[in-house]
Write a protein that binds this ligand. Structure first.
Ligand code: NAG
Ligand code: NAG
Length: 190
């Protein structure tokens, strides 16, 4: 009997330690306290800048990379896909201080109005924000007064970011298609 219990104890010890080892070696998820990642209080920040979308001239910052056969006959440009590396500046002038770039894609996704699907990362270069990014995914009805788009995440200083941007056209050159858009960004982050 004693031997039997002894075997059982050894067995359960082995079994439990193997469970313990496998949890460590093969587990892929565990819960974590925010402070273990150094997270303290969530902050709300407001960023303000101007977005320059330059499609004309010898140095465009927005280039069409794809389109559908019917895009040219669509009054709303439906089907066009544009890759951008647009400067973000402190003031509305191109000569104003650059604080970051908007990198990614906008695609003309609406058949009834000019409605863009925006899929972009804003990468900042200014001060403590240098190298941090915000990711925007949303709909941009460019001829509406103010457009709101969600911020779906971020990196660096903007880890765990969530929020929204409000975009308002500052200038739009009908001849060239170049645009300058004022952005107000409201973002929660740590
Ligand atoms: C659409 O128009 C542009 C410029 O007018 C032209 O370069 C392009 O080849 C046209 N695309 C198609 C699919 O017809
Ligand atoms: C931003 O970071 C890059 C790379 O780390 C560095 O080369 C650059 O000088 C920094 N810019 C500013 C404005 O601090």
């Amino acid at each position: 009997m004693a031997a039997c219990i002894g075997k059982l104890a050894v067995f359960s010890l082995l079994f439990m330690s193997s469970v313990f080892v496998s949890a460590n070696a093969h587990g892929f998820a565990r819960s974590l306290l925010p402070r273990e990642l150094g997270l303290k209080k969530e902050k709300l920040s407001h960023l303000h800048f101007y977005f320059h979308d330059i499609v004309s001239g010898s140095k465009p910052t927005a280039v069409r990379v794809a389109e559908a056969k019917m895009t040219n006959s669509s009054t709303t440009g439906f089907g066009a896909v544009v890759m951008v590396d647009d400067p973000l500046t402190e003031g509305p002038e191109m000569s104003s201080k650059e604080v970051g770039r908007a990198q990614g894609i906008y695609a003309l996704a609406s058949q009834n109005d000019v409605g863009l699907l925006m899929v972009q990362n804003y990468v900042f270069s200014e001060g403590k924000y240098n190298g941090s990014t915000l990711s925007v995914l949303g709909r941009n009805a460019v001829f509406s007064g103010v457009r709101e788009m969600p911020i779906v995440g971020g990196s660096g200083l903007f880890r765990f970011a969530r929020g929204y941007v409000r975009a308002k056209t500052h200038t739009f050159d009908l001849k060239t298609g170049d645009a300058c858009v004022e952005y107000n960004v409201y973002v929660f982050h740590y």
